[in-house]
Ligand binder design. Structure first.
Ligand SMILES: Nc1ncnc2c1ncn2[C@@H]1O[C@H](COP(=O)(O)OP(=O)(O)O)[C@@H](O)[C@H]1O
Ligand SMILES: Cc1ncc(C[n+]2csc(CCOP(=O)(O)OP(=O)(O)O)c2C)c(N)n1
Ligand SMILES: [Mg+2]
Length: 274
């Protein structure tokens, strides 16, 4: 068991375990975005840091089929930040929040050596919650968009290169419209933050330790690319046409990777979790 799982295992709530906690018609979710863990200051402007930290948080809400409405923003900021820097960061949060119809209703601010951002999102379910745990044997498994860009961007940055502001690593593109329209046809779903293979292993485990019958083998650079924020989901094959139609309407690329089978699935990537 990872130290992360060990730590979380101490809490008794039945709401723990998915992208967000479903309580009544609301979903509550939180993600951290930290200097030298999720980003380096040299890689991104403060505006981009604010934007990405907000997007990765909105991603969890959307992945639950919920519309984000409120955000609480906790920040640890270096003391030497100028007013201009604080403005840039705050405007980044506010602009992205506005774009998704989210109101920043509070948070907390303190000084520290490295930047840390912790965002809590409150969202409202758009229909049934899209959980990880209901994939059934025989369901098709698919993901949206293209994978591998984020890892490619990260590798370039780690080698001292730079990225254009539109690249996936700097600015993920969320699939909100596709999720909201298709959720009623999906049996399970989650966003891809730790890599398709790792996140798929979680989804299949939560669905009763089932496995995947692979349709076409994917290379590790796609399977293990984290921070993609594409959607991973499963559905009964009878909904395939309906889902493909919604994908077309929302201009979302869908990749079917196989179907759920009675076997075990093993993550093929290196574990990097705490
Ligand atoms: N420090 C913590 N205290 C309580 N619950 C936690 C903590 N860290 C993670 N969790 C919960 O564990 C589950 C899995 O978290 P995680 O794998 O990080 O989800 P995600 O990839 O969507 O961020 C979530 O339900 C999350 O709320
Ligand atoms: C400086 C730096 N090193 C490495 C990475 C790569 N990286 C950091 S966290 C992560 C996985 C996703 O983060 P996590 O905090 O596990 O997100 P969650 O699953 O909780 O949503 C990846 C691929 C990075 N973004 N920045
Ligand atoms: Mg997490």
């Amino acid at each position: 068991m990872s130290k992360e799982a060990f730590f979380i295992s101490h809490f008794g709530s039945k709401h723990i375990g998915d992208d967000g906690a479903v309580v009544g018609n609301y979903v509550y979710s939180k993600d951290l975005f930290c200097e030298d863990i999720h980003f380096k200051r040299a890689w991104m402007s403060l505006e981009q840091i604010a934007q990405k930290s907000m997007l990765v948080n909105l991603s969890d809400a959307i992945a639950m089929n919920a519309k984000p409405c409120y955000a609480l923003i906790g920040v640890v900021l270096p003391k030497q930040f100028s007013h201009a820097q604080l403005t840039e960061l705050a405007r980044g949060f506010e602009a992205m929040a506005k774009r998704y119809g989210v109101e920043i209703i509070g948070g907390d601010t303190t000084a520290g050596e490295k930047m840390m951002i912790s965002i809590t999102i409150v969202s409202t379910l758009q229909g049934k919650a899209l959980e990880r745990k209901n994939a059934k044997v025989g369901d098709l498994v698919a993901y949206t968009g293209k994978l591998g860009h984020s890892y490619k961007g990260l590798t370039r940055l780690l080698r001292g290169g730079s990225l254009s502001k539109k690249t996936r690593f700097i600015r993920p593109t969320l699939k909100a419209n596709f999720v909201y329209k298709s959720a009623k046809y999906l049996s399970s779903g989650m966003d891809i933050s730790d890599g398709l293979s790792k996140d798929l292993s979680r989804l299949l485990k939560e669905s009763g330790n089932v496995g995947l019958h692979v349709k076409k083998k994917l290379p590790k650079r796609l399977l293990c690319s984290g921070e993609e924020y594409e959607m991973l989901f499963s559905f009964n094959p009878r909904h395939k046409q309906g889902i493909l139609r919604i994908a077309q309407q929302t201009r979302t690329k869908i990749n079917i990777i196989g179907h759920v089978a009675r076997k075990r699935y093993r993550c093929v990537c290196k574990e990097h979790h705490f």
